[in-house]
Ligand binder design. Structure first.
Ligand SMILES: Nc1ncnc2c1ncn2[C@@H]1O[C@H](COP(=O)(O)OP(=O)(O)OP(=O)(O)O)[C@@H](O)[C@H]1O
Ligand SMILES: [Mg+2]
Length: 385
């Protein structure tokens, strides 16, 4: 059965509401979707791509992987890397989407699960917006379908009254659906996905019909390692997924590279001036985070305690972005130790009692003694006081 498009989806080309509450163009959006922000790269890849494409894919698997990992096309177009990490991970993820198994991106917080899922959907289907956000309160309707109650009461159950979920839309269009934080969804609601993923169909008993997925449909779910035990994935559902684990950045250089890249992009969208020598402070934030995360200093000599919260690349990105904003609005635009000290303290000290002790100890035993870290030490002392 064809699925009614009752609600216009951004990026779907069915833009009905252009009122004052809605950005007029992608350029005006505070955060454009991946397919909008990188439209020129996707178009250049599509033009250069002469490899076979699976049904309804915008690009071949090779071009999708290139979009994620970056590269230079024969015509000179530079594709920026979106994901920095092992090539094989991306290849396995992309290949999975071309099979009848769904893709589960697993990893600790801040390892780019959401980011990779968005870019995969953008590259494969040209639309990353068919998204279900998983929470403890996600109802079955968010995965299957709901009803427009005014129409339901006026005319009874009909196709017109049906409100398809993002997953149902993706099934009937043959595109990629996304489910964020799958393991936060209650187990019985998660199980709704079993029929969808194994039978590739979604029954609508009220209408005596079903929506069958057309080729091109697949699903990307993300789940957090740390949430394990909140709602385990049932083994029946797990078998429908190929799991790809996204690791933390392997080396400090990789992590500095990721942070610098993302900060530059975010800074541009927030209209912050890009700092000429910000990379020193970025390296410092990354060093502090890695040492606290690993429980040992970079030279392997001193053991340090780890704080309770997560100190992921994502947190490093927000600390540096926050620092840049401070430097831009209250400093001379150059990122300095004082601009990142408060952000680091906020990220490290989540539990006011235990984490503060951890931080003080790190400050006095590691930061204080380190060459070239005097200014940073002083700035940290000032905000910790
Ligand atoms: N390896 C990486 N390559 C590129 N960007 C990365 C990498 N690791 C982290 N990031 C960046 O970190 C930020 C956070 O990533 P994202 O929100 O996707 O993490 P997540 O794994 O979904 O975390 P959570 O479990 O908290 O939802 C993104 O801006 C992303 O660009
Ligand atoms: Mg996420």
């Amino acid at each position: 059965m064809p699925v009614p498009e009752t609600i216009a989806q951004p990026g779907s080309g069915v833009e009905t509401d252009t009122g004052p509450g809605r950005p007029q163009t992608a350029a005006e959006a505070l955060r454009p979707h991946a397919e909008q922000a990188f439209a020129h790269e996707l178009a250049a890849l599509a033009a250069a791509d002469d490899r076979p494409r699976p049904a309804r894919w915008r690009l071949s698997p090779w071009a999708v992987a290139t979009y994620l990992l970056g590269g230079t096309l024969p015509d000179g177009t530079v594709i920026t890397p979106k994901y920095v990490g092992p090539r094989r991970i991306v290849e396995v993820a992309v290949t999975t989407l071309a099979t009848d198994r769904a893709l589960l991106l697993l990893g600790v917080p801040g390892t780019a699960k959401t980011w990779v899922s968005e870019h995969l959907a953008a590259a494969v289907s040209g639309d990353s917006t068919l998204l279900v956000q998983g929470t403890a309160g996600t109802p079955e309707e968010a995965i299957r379908y709901g009803w427009n109650y005014a129409r339901l009461l006026a005319h009874g159950p009909s196709r017109d009254a049906l409100v398809p979920s993002p997953v149902m839309r993706a099934m009937s269009r043959g595109t990629t659906a996304r489910v964020e934080e799958l393991t936060r969804i209650p187990a019985d609601v998660q199980d709704t996905l079993i029929t969808i993923l194994s039978e590739k169909t979604l029954p609508v008993p009220e209408l005596g019909e079903e929506v069958q997925a057309v080729p091109g449909f697949n699903l990307i779910a993300t789940a957090n390692d740390r949430d394990r035990g909140v709602n385990e994935l049932s083994s029946a559902l797990r078998r429908r997924f190929n799991t790809v684990v996204l690791p933390l950045p392997a080396t400090p250089e990789d992590e500095v590279d990721i942070v610098a890249r993302r900060v530059e992009q975010l800074g541009r969208s927030l209209q912050l001036p890009s700092p000429p020598d910000g990379v020193d402070e970025i390296r410092r934030v990354v060093t502090v985070f890695r040492e606290l995360r690993d429980g040992v200093t970079a030279d392997g000599r001193t053991r340090v305690k780890s704080p309770s919260g997560t100190l992921s690349t994502a947190e490093a990105i927000s600390v540096v972005t926050g620092g840049l904003a401070l430097a831009a609005h209250f400093g001379d635009g150059v990122l300095r130790p004082a601009d990142i000290a408060a952000g680091i303290l906020g990220a490290v000290v989540r539990d006011p009692a235990a984490d503060r002790v951890v931080w003080q100890e790190y400050l006095e035993t590691v930061v204080r003694e380190r060459d070239g870290w005097k200014d940073f030490y002083r700035a940290c002392r000032e905000v910790s006081a």
